[in-house]
Design a protein around this ligand. Structure first.
Ligand SMILES: O=C(CO)[C@H](O)[C@H](O)COP(=O)(O)O
Length: 141
């Protein structure tokens, strides 16, 4: 993947029995590391790997497909991570769009995955701009 131009590899903590080794291997080949947690995984699970990763992804839907409903009850995980790791990239993925971005941004997410809300929009560029503005506004507060 690195040879093909990828500069970050994100894996699910639930998908490996040795997240630390996997994170180190990804770094060794020169890529940034992201670690993701599914909605039913406790946020504490990723804390031991914080020194080994560049980004923590909090899933706000069950992974699998786009178009699902945003789980607002994942926001305490984002807030907890932002308070604990002020300089960490924290991403949210699932059901993020104009009506849910402020909750993500205010909880402390600075990276966003948005599928349906962008691709199904009449004006995808305007939606991306709105999402970006919400995150930037919270970062400046
Ligand atoms: O595959 C996914 C989750 O597994 C999608 O990345 C995610 O759901 C984003 O899509 P949407 O914004 O439509 O929820």
């Amino acid at each position: 993947m690195h040879d093909a131009g990828a500069n970050q590899y994100t894996f699910h903590v639930e998908a490996t029995t040795d997240a630390a080794s996997l994170a180190r291997k990804i770094k060794e080949v020169g890529m940034k590391v992201g670690i993701a947690i599914k909605p039913r995984t406790a946020v504490d699970v990723v804390v031991p790997y914080a020194d080994l990763v560049d980004m923590i992804l909090v899933m706000t839907v069950e992974p699998g497909f786009g178009g699902q409903k945003f789980m607002a009850d994942m926001m305490p995980k984002v807030k907890y991570l932002r308070e604990k790791f002020p300089d960490m990239d924290i991403e949210v993925d699932g059901g993020v769009g104009p009506s849910t971005i402020d909750a993500c941004a205010q909880a402390g997410a600075n990276m966003i995955v948005s599928g349906s809300a962008v691709v199904n929009a009449e004006d995808p560029k305007a939606v991306m701009s709105l999402l970006r503005k919400s995150v930037l506004k919270s970062l400046q507060e």
